[in-house]
Write a protein that binds this ligand. Structure first.
Ligand SMILES: C[S@@+](CC[C@H](N)C(=O)[O-])C[C@H]1O[C@@H](n2cnc3c(N)ncnc32)[C@H](O)[C@@H]1O
Length: 316
């Protein structure tokens, strides 16, 4: 694998799950390096179309280059929370399938200028969209102690959020924290020695927390899910690959709202049309990668795939 390629996770499962029709309109919300997109494009005929989004300019440039000869795909550098509105401007009212493959790509992790990795010495950046101004360095330097505790404990599920936030606060009074190496060392020392020995790299959870905050990942995902559900045609499918429990909880909770009937008043003989679920789960439990896939690609180990299908439009 080249240093700037991305090993696509749950490729076959996600593509099968989308149940692609050749003349359909599809959306890849997270193009990355196009592993899923390429398989969608292969299945489209001249009437079908794929709209590929990514907030990272490098991803979109790579896609435009790779598919320069391909007329069935349109690339847009945009946060997926604004993708439905962007599709409106393209005159696309409804779609047959939507895919989210969340998180960062390997090229982003490997690029030493991006600051996503706690293993190297990189600028403390972590922006997926380099046109936005908020960086991890700005959060580390300007957010109050309470906000740091909040994001590290919520987005990182880190039980030592307070000592870590305290260490950041003390350090930033003395010096500029500008690199991933500085931050990783600081986090490591803020965690009790005994706790450093389990649960992977001690800075992993804090880096995840900062990355989520820099890119407002959870809110963007929650917003986009509901808007895309409304944009799906009946029999259209939405597939979501998540990489940690916070993302998966949002997918499960949000999609469940559309897949279940709300509590009915007692004695109601039939479910009124407007209360019937508009979506159904294709797989009751999330699909997970095979042992073989995890053996080949460690990054796949926490992946979960959830798929839903639209079964009716919401009626008033
Ligand atoms: C795991 S990678 C996708 C990999 C892709 N499926 C492949 O096979 O190459 C996730 C991609 O989603 C992009 N991304 C993450 N959050 C996004 C958002 N809110 N809007 C648009 N793109 C986003 C990242 O920039 C990254 O390129």
């Amino acid at each position: 694998m080249s240093p700037y390629s991305h090993e696509t996770v749950l490729l076959q499962e996600a593509i099968d799950g989308l149940n692609i029709i050749g003349s359909g309109t599809y959306v890849d919300c997270t193009y990355g390096r196009g592993g899923h997109s390429a398989e969608i494009i292969k299945r489209l005929n001249e009437h079908g179309h794929l709209y590929a989004f990514d907030s990272d300019q490098d991803a979109i440039e790579a896609g435009r280059k790779r598919f320069a000869e391909e007329s069935t795909v349109t690339f847009t550098r945009e946060n997926f929370r604004r993708a439905p509105a962007k599709l409106d401007t393209y005159g696309v009212e409804s779609v047959n399938g939507v895919l989210f493959d969340l998180g960062v790509s390997s090229p982003q992790l490997d690029d030493k200028t991006r600051g996503f990795s706690y293993r190297g010495d990189e600028p403390l950046d972590m922006r997926m969209d380099r046109q936005q101004t908020l960086t991890a360095e700005e959060i580390v330097h300007t957010w109050p102690f309470e906000s740091l505790v909040h994001i590290i404990s919520r987005n990182g599920e880190e039980k030592f959020a307070k000592p870590i936030a305290r260490a950041i606060e003390t350090e930033r009074e003395k010096t500029k924290i500008t690199s991933t190496e500085q931050l990783a060392a600081l986090v490591k020392h803020a965690i009790p020695a005994a706790a450093r020995r389990s649960g992977g790299h001690p800075a992993k959870r804090t880096f995840q927390a900062l990355r989520i905050a820099v890119n407002d990942e959870l809110q963007a995902f929650e917003d986009a899910l509901s808007t895309f559900v409304a944009k799906l045609e009946v029999e259209g499918r939405l597939a979501v690959i998540t990489f940690h429990s916070l993302e998966d909880a949002i997918a499960k909770r949000t999609l469940n709202m559309y897949c279940s009937t709300p509590e009915l008043p007692p004695g109601l003989p039939v479910i009124p049309e407007h209360m019937k679920p508009t979506m159904k789960w294709i797989n009751k439990k999330p699909l997970v990668p095979s042992h073989e896939e995890v053996e080949k690609n460690r990054r796949a180990r926490s992946a979960r795939l959830r798929i839903v299908e639209k079964i009716r439009e919401r009626r008033a």
